[in-house]
Design a protein around this ligand. Structure first.
Ligand code: MHF
Ligand code: KIV
Ligand code: MG
Length: 269
C-alpha cells in the first residue's frame, strides 16, 4: 500500500529536534507490529519507538535482556512498513552495542538498512559516549537513554528511581556532546528532569520523569490497559482494552456455543 501523504509530512530527525526549539511537546509511544503502528501514526503520534520492552510485553520474558537483534529487526520492519509520518526509532538490544564502536555500527547499520526505521536508541550516557560518537560519524542518528536503564537490571537488582543528579546531568551532557539528537529520561525525579531538559539543546523524552521534559513516551500496551502484569506508577491508562477484549471474546464464545454466530448475514447463499 503506497502513501498518499506528501513526503513533507514526514517527521525527520532535524524536524524532531526543531520541535524543542519551537516549544512543541513531542509525543512518543512504543509499537511492535503493523496494526498498532498504523493506528498510532494515523492518530498523529510524533514518534514511534520499537522498544526492547517487546522482550517483556510481546515475548513474555521477565526482563528486556533476551530479545535479539534479529527479533528487533523483524518487529521494526512491520512497524516501519505501516508508518508514513512519525519518526521511527529502534532500540539497540543488549548486548548489540557493547563490543565496541565497530559492533555498534554493524548492529545499527543493519537496523537502518533492513527495516526502514530512521534512528536507533541505546541505553547509556557517559560510558557510551564513544559508541554514540562512532554511530553519528557513520551517519546513524542516535537517541540516548539516561536514568533508569532496564538493560542494567541484573546489576541494579530491580527497576528503581535514579536520584543521583550529578550523574544524570553528566550522562545527559555526555550524550549530547557525543552527537545524540535526543534522549529518553527514565524514572528520574521531575525536578532533575526539568533541570536537565533546560540545560540541553536536544529534546528529552520522559517516562516517569515529569512534565518538565520536552516530550513523553509510554509503553503502548500500558497506556491502553493491555498489560497483564505489573504496571509502573508513572503510567496513565487511557483505555481498558483488556476489559474490552475479554468481554468481546466471552460474547463470541457464548454466541458460537449458542448458535447465534454466524447469522445468515455472516455467511453465503
Ligand atoms: N510494560 C512495561 N512498561 C514499562 O514502562 C517498562 C517495561 N514494561 N519494561 C522495561 C521497563 C521497566 N520499567 C519499570 C518497571 C518498574 C518500575 C518500578 O517499579 N518503579 C517503582 C519505583 C521503585 C523504587 O524506586 O524503589 C514504582 O513505584 O513505580 C519502573 C520502571 C519501565 N519499562
Ligand atoms: C520505554 C521506552 C523508553 C523503552 O526503552 C522501551 O520501550 O524499550
Ligand atoms: Mg528500551
Amino acid at each position: 500500500m503506497s502513501s498518499h501523504k506528501p513526503a513533507s509530512d514526514r517527521i525527520t530527525v532535524p524536524k524532531f529536534v526543531a520541535m524543542k526549539r519551537d516549544g512543541k511537546k513531542i509525543s512518543m509511544l512504543t509499537a511492535y507490529d503493523h496494526t498498532m503502528a498504523q493506528l498510532l501514526d494515523e492518530a498523529g503520534v510524533d514518534s514511534i519507538l520499537v522498544g526492547d520492552s517487546l522482550s517483556m510485553v510481546v515475548q513474555g520474558h521477565d526482563t528486556t535482556l533476551p530479545v535479539t537483534l534479529d527479533e528487533m529487526i523483524y518487529h521494526a520492519k512491520m512497524v516501519a512498513r505501516a508508518v508514513h509520518r512519525a519518526l521511527v526509532i529502534v532500540d539497540l538490544p543488549f548486548p548489540s552495542f557493547h563490543l565496541g564502536v565497530y559492533s555498534a555500527i554493524e548492529s545499527a547499520g543493519r537496523i537502518l538498512k533492513e527495516t526502514g526505521a530512521q534512528a536507533v536508541k541505546l541505553e547509556g550516557g557517559v560510558e557510551q559516549a564513544e559508541v554514540i560518537a562512532g554511530l553519528v560519524s557513520a551517519g546513524i542518528p542516535v537517541m540516548a537513554h539516561v536514568g533508569l536503564r532496564p538493560q542494567l537490571v541484573m546489576q541494579m537488582g530491580g527497576y528503581k528511581v535514579q536520584r543521583d543528579e550529578e550523574q544524570l546531568l553528566a550522562d545527559a551532557l555526555a550524550a549530547q556532546n557525543a552527537g545524540a539528537f535526543g534522549m529518553v529520561l527514565e524514572c528520574v525525579p521531575r525536578s532533575a528532569a526539568a533541570k536537565i531538559s533546560a540545560e540541553l539543546t536536544i529534546p528529552t523524552i520522559g517516562i516517569g520523569a515529569g512534565a518538565g521534559c520536552d516530550g513523553q513516551v509510554l509503553v503502548v500496551n500500558d497506556m491502553l490497559g493491555l498489560t497483564g502484569g505489573y504496571v509502573p506508577k508513572f503510567v496513565k491508562a487511557y483505555a481498558d482494552l483488556r476489559g474490552q477484549i475479554t468481554t468481546a471474546a466471552r460474547q463470541y464464545c457464548e454466541e458460537v456455543r449458542g448458535g447465534a454466530f454466524p447469522a445468515d448475514e455472516h455467511s453465503f447463499k
